[in-house]
Design a protein around this ligand. Structure first.
Ligand SMILES: Cc1cc2nc3c(=O)[nH]c(=O)nc-3n(C[C@H](O)[C@H](O)[C@H](O)COP(=O)(O)O)c2cc1C
Length: 237
């Protein structure tokens, strides 16, 4: 399917919204040019209008457009990831003996290192992958831990609203959770941004003008979906 849907041919073509959802890609190369302030405010507005459990809106957004803060935070994260790599990355040749320690750490820090991010830790620590990829604007997303239900989920929905709003303006974005390292393992950045209870870092967004045209379809894994109808269960992909 690659045609535009018009209402009459909806079954055979994607709507403009679906096209964006399918073709949006994370951007990891940005122009130096700053994003106009009004666009960032509109992006934040899209986040503010996200649905949330109990309409609790359990989030706090912080915008960073200061090159020095972005580069200082990046250096701080790189330093911490270098340390992680040195003491935990058992996948390197000759370092298999670190595995027991890494496994304890992974257990104690759920959702943080296993399995995919280990590769990225190595790349960021060696300067082969940027933190915010040179984006001139960064939006930090903090959850209000008092939010009912699951504030992480609410923040994720708000973040994706912002991603889609930015995309509709021709901007590129990339979710960047690695910035968490700066908040979890150092007090400096919490102090800098005045973050304390009830706020806790969830993730961040790099926002900027993409270099080139990164959008396009890419293959995605298909997960089996069980479908119950008319007393039967079928599996679709
Ligand atoms: C919550 C979350 C955290 C992410 N953290 C990072 C990150 O720290 N650095 C990065 O380069 N990409 C990060 N990504 C981007 C993913 O790698 C990317 O979304 C995934 O590879 C799929 O590619 P696509 O966004 O182009 O479809 C993150 C994505 C999400 C949703």
């Amino acid at each position: 399917m690659n045609k535009k849907a018009t209402g009459t041919n909806l079954e055979n073509a994607f709507t403009p919204t679906e096209e964006v959802i399918l073709k949006r890609r994370s951007v990891r190369l940005y122009q130096k040019k700053q994003v106009p302030e009004f666009m960032v405010k509109r992006i934040l507005e899209a986040g503010r209008f996200a649905p949330s459990a109990g309409n609790a809106q359990p989030w706090k957004f912080v915008v960073i457009r200061d090159e020095k803060i972005i580069s200082d935070m990046t250096s701080a994260v790189v330093r911490l990831l270098k340390l992680f790599r040195a003491v935990l990355d058992y996948r390197r040749k000759g370092f298999f003996w670190l595995r027991p320690l890494a496994e304890i750490f992974i257990r104690l820090n759920r959702y943080e290192l296993h399995p995919v991010p280990f590769g990225a830790v190595d790349l960021i620590a060696r300067g082969k992958l940027g933190l915010w990829h040179g984006a001139p604007t960064v939006i930090l997303i903090f959850k209000d831990v008092r939010g009912v239900g699951n504030p992480d989920l609410d923040c994720g929905i708000a973040g994706q609203n912002m991603v889609l709003a930015a995309h509709s303006m021709g901007l590129g974005t990339c979710w960047v959770s690695f910035a968490k390292t700066a908040f979890k393992y150092s007090l400096k950045w919490k102090r800098k941004f005045g973050i304390s209870y009830p706020y806790r870092f969830v993730s961040s967004l790099a926002v900027g003008w993409p270099v080139g045209k990164p959008d396009g379809m890419v293959p995605r894994e298909t997960h089996a979906i069980d479908w119950y109808e008319n007393g039967e269960r079928i599996t679709i992909y």
